[in-house]
Design a protein around this ligand. Structure first.
Ligand code: NDP
Ligand code: 8X3
Length: 249
């Protein structure tokens, strides 16, 4: 079995790669940071004795995505599971103060990048007449919070795309699922606040957030339900977080 994971250089994607490797799956790990991919490949192959292909590309670049998928060697051609995980929040500001490059980055990555990868890989899955696509959405795709405007919009788009893919790929025997987490401590907030680690730390101060392991284990569970069962949509929150804005600190 082969799992193709976008955004495996950090956080949820990296931990999901490790989780599937623990269970003997071979992996295609992707992201822009080549050194991290090489290191993860080495670690996983040594510890879990599975085959790992590292593909370094930027999902916002449609040609790079297409080339990466076309370049898959025979051994990694047959993708059983695609995990659409790569994504980011950039900035947090009222709409009138929004930074255009932050907006472009979120729209290009969370929506367009996910679409480019899905188009290439769903085509392969249709030929195989089987496959499973798992989209990493967010609680921000279910609710909107102050200053989250564009990030929330991109994750609402992921929610809609998840539903659309489920319908379109149904006749082809391809499962489609979404996982929508609340707060998970990863590099997410460091990226959101342009590298400001102190500000990022404050997000998780005095709370117990989800760990990437919690999401990875749940994704693995979703991927391993019996053939007649599909998890369409799942929301997972830390116990201290009731919804996007209600957090017990
Ligand atoms: P991290 O910042 O730790 O990881 C993000 C991953 O996305 C990295 O591997 C990064 O790789 C990859 N990525 C970002 N942009 C691109 C790009 N243009 N091309 C290729 N890869 C890219 O954050 P998380 O693990 O938290 O985030 C993973 C997903 O989970 C995201 O979709 C996020 O929206 C979602 N999420 C996160 C939550 C949280 O609280 N942390 C909650 C709900 C959802 P690289 O930089 O090497 O390219
Ligand atoms: C990340 C979770 O609440 O910061 O998607 O939007 S949140």
């Amino acid at each position: 079995m082969i799992v193709f994971i976008t955004g495996a250089t950090s956080g949820i994607g990296k931990q999901t790669a490790i989780e599937f490797a623990k269970h003997g799956y071979n992996l295609v790990i992707t992201g822009r940071r080549k050194e991290r991919l090489i290191e993860l490949k080495k670690d996983i192959e040594t510890k879990y004795k599975v085959d790992v292909l590292d593909l370094c590309f930027d999902i916002t670049n449609q040609k790079e995505v297409e080339y990466a998928v076309l370049s898959l060697s025979d051994k990694f051609q047959h993708i059983d599971i695609l995990i659409n995980n790569a994504g980011l929040a950039a900035g947090m500001a009222p709409i009138q103060d929004g930074n255009l490059s932050h907006w472009e980055a979120m729209i290009n990555t969370n929506i367009k990048g996910l679409l480019y990868v899905t188009k290439c890989i769903s085509t392969k899955m249709i030929e195989q007449k089987k496959g499973h696509i798992i989209n990493v959405g967010s609680i921000a795709g279910k609710e909107v919070y102050a200053n989250g405007n564009v990030y929330c919009a991109t994750k609402h788009a992921v929610d809609a795309l998840n539903k659309g893919m489920r319908i379109d790929l149904l006749p082809h025997g391809i499962k489609v699922s979404a996982i929508n987490p609340g707060m998970v401590e990863t590099e997410f907030s460091i990226v959101r606040f342009d590298g400001d680690e102190d500000r990022a730390k404050k997000v998780y101060e005095n709370i117990v957030p989800l760990k990437p392991e919690d999401i990875a284990e749940t994704i693995y569970w979703m991927a391993t339900r019996p053939a007649h069962v599909n998890i369409n949509d799942l929301i997972i929150m830390p116990t201290i977080q009731a919804n996007a804005t209600t957090v017990l600190r």
